[in-house]
Design a protein around this ligand. Structure first.
Ligand code: NOJ
Length: 549
């Protein structure tokens, strides 16, 4: 049986776009050496795992999710030796490193595709070709703003090719045994370079079958099981995180029996409902999705997030919810992209600290392993004038100098932010100097979460609440428990809360924000009568007095 580590249940991930983080060689693009220079910063956040966005050579028409060589590093980012040095430097600091693995498709510039369109080099069938663009017509288009069909005509071959994303990203044909075995070799290559695992991009779409929506097919699960066994045979216990943007019941099968498919999967549908609950001042959307979320094998874990490098996806919400979310968070059309919202976390919260804190408190106390997206810890803004998702991928703001501490080159791969969120106003150096900054608060938050084995590693319940505005989460493990109370409303809430599961236990207030100052606010209580006294968007974490603070 596969080994099953559980350290990652209590881990926190940091998602980092290498091109955006730090430019060590002055060419205007961030690089692996730059990440090495900033590893102490990452370690000091308290995170455990770095997720690096795609590293391989690519024309970067989809920021590296369009690969032209699976076994090398993009020259702007450095070399394989740089990656090995980065992994060593990260490991020396107790950090693990995972990279994106983009299996579903390549760039149309990839030599495999170039050969396939000429029916050359034995690659004629490495991609999905057809004379008929009506095939697989039940499959939805994902990038609705850029593509109208999943088929594009190729002049050279005289046939259409299949692509679930941009037309310059042809899907590989997983019915071909050489494609499968080559991808397993690619996986071996990166594991032997020392990576600790992968974020597996777009895995629901590997196969196509007529009469289906071409998502979550049995053949896809069968290949992922082969992949998992292969990974285990090379790096037992590797961190494998599947990107499956589906409803919980469709996502569940990707955990397999707990040992034979994905150990970790994103919980996509919970994310928009955190935002919706915040906008509504009502915890109901969170309860709704958590109640719809099936139990998962004990050896597996959800991975949760507030924002990432893509648009805030609204694929897994109802039409009514989507309309509500657009009205609340993307009133201007320029803020929308595909089926989602292309803004960063802080602008979505109108840069208001209480809402930013509340969302993070929810994130850290939900069931699962949380991910932070680079720059959100200093409340970076976005640039809506940039194309597609580029506005949330701008250079990291380290200081108020001319290149923001990102680059010494006056021309950077994307412009630095201007105006109220320019590096002169928002940067790491300033946040370091200010003890009350969001950055310091995030460090405290992560440290507090990690002192509580119940968070991430324990069992979870969303408790009934006497007030619909309150989300009350109970996490328990053998020696620990956390009752996290979140006030989604903008108005204060005051009441006594009973947690029967901890009846009679003495609790202590360990962590909180926006606690009412005028209430007789104890920091000790029994679980039968926890005094909730929160300002709008306040939160409080209570734990048994003998548990870690
Ligand atoms: C999901 C990635 O997160 C996104 O950035 C990318 O464009 C698509 N997959 C296609 O690879």
């Amino acid at each position: 049986m596969a080994t099953q580590p559980t350290w990652w249940k209590q881990a926190v991930l940091y998602e980092l776009y290498v091109r955006a983080f730090r430019d060590a060689d002055g060419d205007g693009h961030g690089d692996l050496r730059g990440v090495i220079e900033r590893l102490d910063y990452v370690r000091d956040l308290g995170v455990d795992v770095l997720w690096l966005l795609p590293l391989s050579p690519s024309p970067l028409r989809d920021d590296g999710y369009d690969v032209t060589d699976y076994c090398d590093i993009h020259p702007d980012y450095g070399t394989l030796d740089d990656l090995r040095d980065l992994i060593d430097a990260a490991h020396a600091r107790g950090l693990k490193v995972i990279t994106d693995l983009v299996m579903n498709h390549t760039s149309s510039d990839h030599p495999w595709f170039q050969a396939s369109r000429r029916r050359a080099d034995g690659k004629a069938d490495w991609y999905v070709w057809s004379d008929d663009p009506e095939r697989y017509s039940e499959a939805r288009v994902i990038f609705t703003d850029s593509e109208t069909s999943n088929w594009t005509w190729d002049e050279v071959r005289g046939q259409y090719y299949w692509h679930r994303f941009f037309h310059h990203q042809p899907d590989l044909n997983y019915d071909h045994p050489d494609v499968r075995s080559t991808m397993l070799d690619v996986i071996r290559f990166w594991l032997e370079c020392g990576v600790d695992g992968f974020r597996l991009d777009a895995i629901p779409y590997l196969y196509q079958r007529e009469g289906t929506n071409c998502e979550n097919l049995p053949e896809t699960h069968a290949f992922l099981k082969v992949l998992r066994a292969h990974v285990e045979s090379i790096t037992p216990g590797a961190f494998l995180l599947g990107e499956v943007n589906q409803w919980p019941e469709d996502t569940l099968p990707y955990f397999g029996d707990g040992f034979d498919e994905m150990p970790l999967l994103f919980h996509f549908p919970v994310m928009p409902r955190l935002w919706k609950a915040l906008a509504q001042g009502d915890a109901a959307p969170i309860r709704w999705i958590l109640e719809r979320t099936p139990a998962i094998p004990a050896s597996c874990q959800w991975v949760v997030f507030l924002r990432n490098h893509d648009e805030l996806t609204l694929e897994m919400v109802t039409e009514e919810e989507r309309a509500f979310m657009y009205a609340a968070y993307a009133p201007e059309p320029v803020m929308r992209l595909n089926v989602g919202i292309r803004r960063r976390l802080a602008p979505l919260c109108d840069f208001e600290r209480p809402r930013i804190e509340l969302l993070h408190s929810l994130l850290m106390t939900l069931p699962g392993t949380p991910i932070l997206y680079y720059g959100d810890e200093i409340a970076m803004g976005d640039d809506l004038t940039l194309f597609d998702r580029n506005g949330v991928r701008t250079p990291m703001q380290w200081n108020d100098g001319p290149g923001a501490g990102f680059s010494e080159n006056p021309t950077t791969y994307a412009p630095l932010l201007r105006g109220a969120t320019a590096p002169q106003r928002v940067n790491v150096a300033a946040a370091e100097r200010d003890p009350g900054s969001l950055l310091h608060w995030i460090r405290t938050l992560i440290a507090t979460r990690k002192r509580h084995p119940a968070l991430g590693g324990g069992s979870f319940a969303m408790l009934p609440s006497p007030d619909p505005a309150l989300a009350v989460f109970l996490s328990t493990s053998e020696d620990d428990a956390v009752v996290a109370v979140h006030n989604l409303a903008a108005e204060p809430r005051r009441l006594e809360l009973a947690v029967p599961a901890l009846a009679g236990r003495r609790l202590r207030l360990g962590f909180g924000g926006r606690l009412s100052q005028d209430a007789p606010r104890g920091t000790e209580a029994t679980a039968d009568a926890i005094p909730v006294a929160l300002e709008g968007h306040g939160y409080a974490w209570w734990s048994p007095a003998e548990a870690p603070a």
